[in-house]
Design a protein around this ligand. Structure first.
Ligand code: PMP
Length: 440
């Protein structure tokens, strides 16, 4: 494809979560990546403010990953995962469960966040049945939740556009209210004080349906895709306590918060709340090869290991579960995280990050700023009759000015690679400030 692709060359591809016709009229093509930067098809350097899509936590072009993947693909490109194994899968599992808190010490491999979510929901329901609580089939998600795009994920998810086109979805799903409240919490630095009581929605659902019908609750510790929605102080602790009271499993969807985004390996550690199941993907392999992982606590795994030894314990899995090339990428990634102490780097940079993003307060149309670890959401006042248009303008102008950001509705999201240098934080936020002014 030439430096200036013509429209016909772009026609065959249907891009996901994209305004295709608009994109094809003004395409944005990335051709190369290294460290904190992308280079566009026509050679412009772009500072990556979103770690690709919240996944390239160790930065781009890591040679260790390149070499591990090349070596593995040359040695054994594929191994069947059913009734068979390969050493890297066990090595990776052992390594990962060292990172997880408490007894979250068994791991099931998938290929994406969406698959991790489906896997977690299925394990939760099957676990309840195995322990003699087969009536526990209801699942509870949360408004504004994003749990990928499988039918399970959109059913427990709470973003209207991801749901409304796709029929009636899974039966027996309820939603807690979301915790975003600009009236009480706008411009809070870190976790909001107001809103822990919203966890009591779970008590109301128990009163409505009875605990004996509820299998699990799934939430993102910090909701990313809906625009960086933070849990109020004490909220997750409260949710945990209510789950304990009624025998409901608590699933943390850590596809974004896993692998260092908050300055701890997982959100579970950051918040000091112990979930029963954790879903991950993205940062697991630094985005280099698709892979997801679901962690379960010991008692859940053990519940599946009670039947006859020759019986398959879980009728679930993927052709590419524990794909050898993905395992190689993940192992190399985890080694970089360990060696460069990246999973806690967010904690060191958090204060500078917070100060930097909150310096955007007072700019035109900025109505809220939310931050934690190395993630931030900047909410803009929507233009009358054109929701999302303002953030889209900022996104385009930012790309023109050399920074990549995300937007959802009129919320801008930042989540840079964890290798970001202090001066690059200033560059990212400084450029964004210019763009917000210029587009006002
Ligand atoms: N869960 C959460 C919390 C996510 O942020 C995402 C992706 N943004 C997913 C699930 C889905 O992951 P994937 O796109 O890899 O299927």
């Amino acid at each position: 494809m030439s430096a200036q692709p013509n429209r016909a060359d772009l026609e065959a591809l249907w891009l996901p979560f994209t305004a295709n016709r608009q994109f094809k009229a003004n395409p944005r093509l990335l051709a190369k990546a290294e460290g904190m930067h992308y280079w566009t098809h026509d050679g412009r350097k772009i500072l990556d403010g979103v770690a690709g899509l919240w996944c390239v936590n160790a930065g781009h072009g890591r040679q260790e990953i390149v070499e591990a993947v090349s070596r593995q693909i040359a040695t054994m490109e594929y191994a069947p995962p059913f009734q068979m194994g390969h050493p890297l899968a066990f090595e990776l599992a052992n390594r990962l469960v060292e990172l997880t808190p408490g007894d979250l010490d068994h791991v099931f491999f998938t290929n994406s966040g969406s698959e991790s979510v489906d896997t977690a929901l299925k394990i939760a329901i099957a676990y309840q049945r195995l322990r003699g609580e087969g009536t526990r089939q209801r699942l509870i998600g949360r408004e504004k939740g994003y749990h990928g795009v499988g039918f399970g994920g959109i059913s427990v998810g709470g973003m209207v556009n991801n749901r409304k086109f796709f029929g009636s979805m899974l039966p027996g799903v309820d939603h807690l209210r979301h915790t975003l409240d600009l009236e009480h919490n706008a411009f809070t630095r870190g976790l909001p004080e107001w809103g822990a009581h919203l966890a009591d929605d779970l008590e109301r659902l128990v009163a409505l349906h009875d605990a004996s019908t509820i299998a699990a609750v799934i939430v993102e510790p910090v909701a990313g895709s809906a625009g960086v929605v933070l849990p109020p102080k004490g909220y997750l602790q409260k949710l945990r306590a209510i789950c304990d009271k009624y025998g409901i499993l608590l699933i943390f969807d850590e596809v974004i918060t896993g692998f260092g985004r908050l300055g701890a390996p997982f959100g579970a550690q950051y918040f000091d709340v112990m979930p029963d199941i954790v879903t991950t993907a993205k940062g697991l392999t630094n985005g280099a090869i698709p892979m997801g992982a679901v962690f379960v606590r010991k008692h859940i795994y053990e519940a599946f290991m009670q039947g006859p030894e020759n019986a398959i314990e879980l009728f679930h899995g993927y052709t590419y579960s524990a794909h050898p090339v993905a395992c190689a990428a993940a192992l190399a990634t985890q080694e970089i995280y360990r060696r460069d102490a990246l999973l806690t780097r967010g904690a060191q940079l958090a204060k500078q990050w917070e100060d930097a993003v909150h310096s955007l307060r007072g700019l035109p149309n900025v109505i809220d700023i939310r931050n934690l670890g190395l993630v931030a959401g900047i909410e803009l006042q929507s233009r009358t009759g054109a929701p999302g248009a303002r953030a889209y303008d900022v996104f385009l102008k930012a790309y023109e000015k050399g920074i990549l950001i995300r937007f959802t509705g009129d919320i801008l999201a930042l989540s840079p690679p964890l290798i970001i240098e202090p001066k690059q934080i200033d560059e990212l936020v400084g450029t964004l400030a210019e763009v917000i002014r210029a587009t006002a």
